[in-house]
Design a protein around this ligand. Structure first.
Ligand code: S3P
Length: 187
């Protein structure tokens, strides 16, 4: 087994998790800019690598294949990179290996949104999300609730209810800077 190397807190990647459409990409880009870091959107990188949209990957190769490449890519980012801001796809964190890689190497923020607020955004999201297509509202709500157990394993949580992305990004940046100053005060 590979030896675990402890990454200094200030160099750890910042990982954003949360349900589809909570704003992980938009907020991640803002956080990266505010901290002068590179931003990685896992879904966009997978689309580039596979040269096709996620919806087509699902359609041609199935969800299991997508989950496999998603997991391998995230574990690689978590173990081999530093100083990034990373947005995960909403289902990635359901995989135990992904959670373990994120929690042992990175600072994990949950972008939290209530079901009622999420439901209002739903019409904007369906088109590009294979998992939302052909599902009833009840089934989507079930998925939303079922995923909260995995999402509860994080380092910190920010609510995005009725907040603009800039405000949420500021909250994350302030929280990270506070953590740095408490745990690594002399750097
Ligand atoms: C998924 C979320 C999507 C994308 C894929 C599956 C999910 O990412 O990875 O469609 O299972 O929740 P976003 O969370 O960015 O929409």
């Amino acid at each position: 087994m590979k030896e675990h190397v402890e990454i200094p807190l200030r160099e750890k990647n910042i990982v954003l998790i949360g349900f589809m459409g909570v704003g992980k990409t938009t907020i991640g880009q803002l956080v990266a800019k505010k901290l002068y870091r590179d931003f990685i959107d896992v879904d966009q990188e997978i689309e580039k690598k596979q040269n096709m949209p996620i919806s087509l990957i699902f359609q041609k190769f199935g969800e299991d294949y997508f989950r496999k490449i998603e997991k391998e890519y995230i574990v690689d980012i978590c173990t081999n990179t530093r100083l990034k801001v990373v947005s995960l796809g909403g289902g990635a964190y359901l995989q135990e290996e992904v959670r373990n890689a994120c929690l042992s190497n990175c600072i994990v923020f949950l972008l939290d949104l209530s079901w009622d607020s999420w439901r209002d955004r739903m019409p904007l999201l369906v088109e590009n999300r294979p998992l939302l297509k052909e599902k009833s509202m009840e089934e989507i709500e079930e998925l939303f609730i079922k995923r909260q157990n995995a999402y509860s394993l994080h380092n910190s949580k920010v609510s995005t209810n009725n907040l603009d992305p800039e405000t949420v990004a500021d909250e994350i940046v302030n929280s990270v800077k506070l953590t740095w100053s408490i745990y690594e005060p002399n750097q």
